[in-house]
Design a protein around this ligand. Sequence first.
Ligand code: F6P
Length: 361
Amino acid sequence: MVSKRIAVLTSGGDCPGLNAVIRGVVHAAAHHDWEVIGFTDGYEGMLSPVRYRILDTGATDGIMQLGGTILGTTNKGRFVAKIGHGNKAELDPAIISEARETIEGLGIEAVVCIGGDGSLSTAQQLFENGIKTIGVPKTIDNDIQATSMTFGFDSAISCVVDSMDKLYTTARSHKRCMVVEVMGRYAGWIALHGGLAGGADIILLPEIPFDIDKVCDVVQKRDANGYFTTMIVVAEGAKKSDGSYATKDAQGRKGEAALGGIGDYVAGTIAEKTGKETRCTVLGHLQRGGAPTALDRILGSSFGVAAVELIAKGKFGHMVSYRNDEITDVPIIEAVSHLRNVKPDSQLVKTCRNIGISFGD
Ligand code: F6P
């Protein structure tokens, strides 16, 4: 006999580890004899036509190792609560009322919302409007405040490193310069970690504006010193010294502008100014797809279990978080007020500089 019914949903861009969270929620809820339903297609599943699945331990068997989300997700639709770099949009009150009616009609005590900063902003707004939400931070970008890591990030880095290992062998054979454009939006975490672990010579970040002439100088100096291969990792949101960054059209995308194109700019300019044969590879959604790493499975499972414990304690409007080697929790509002960026004077940036990596500054 179930004593309570809770819901879980995945919202925003998918990332490896989502299914580990869902499985964690379902197993932890089973310990309390609670029933779990999973809204499909993110928050949209709460609106007409309402879409959900009953999730029991059988339904989540064998899903932890799968990429993506068994519930489906969207980063567009009627709940988009983010319209640009740091700008939050108010949800339509009619949408909030409809969601509340669905939740009450289905007898749901609380909703576990797994998402990035935009989706967590939605969770916060729902909470402020009387819906009991619990946040679980998710993004490959690792840019959410109040948690030192999000699941999906480690899997994305592992994709970058694997790709760089492959790109290096071909670049070296041809004595080429290789530019690798990686995701991360307005934060440089993927570029910094992926670049260091992948053996980059130059890393270009949103947080450290780069001068393309300095980048060309590094390539030329390396050539002059007999290092004919230069590996460059550029974050999709990398900023030029004039403060601009590259955007592109993304079909059907609502909310934030789509970033991209900076890799081609860097590669094209190096080729033009130095004559060095240069190629660009955009890793794109490969970084979001596929199986989660062991770390992301562990973090995702831990977050899922912790989210259920927050419901048991009645800590609604809170988000699970990983800090100082512990799973803890913080008010969602603390996580969505601004993005977590790389600090230009951080230890890891200094480490990179000390091993000769240039940031083009
Ligand atoms: O936020 C995750 C992310 O993968 C970003 O790194 C990237 O800019 C964006 O989503 C891509 O979104 P979409 O899947 O809509 O193209």
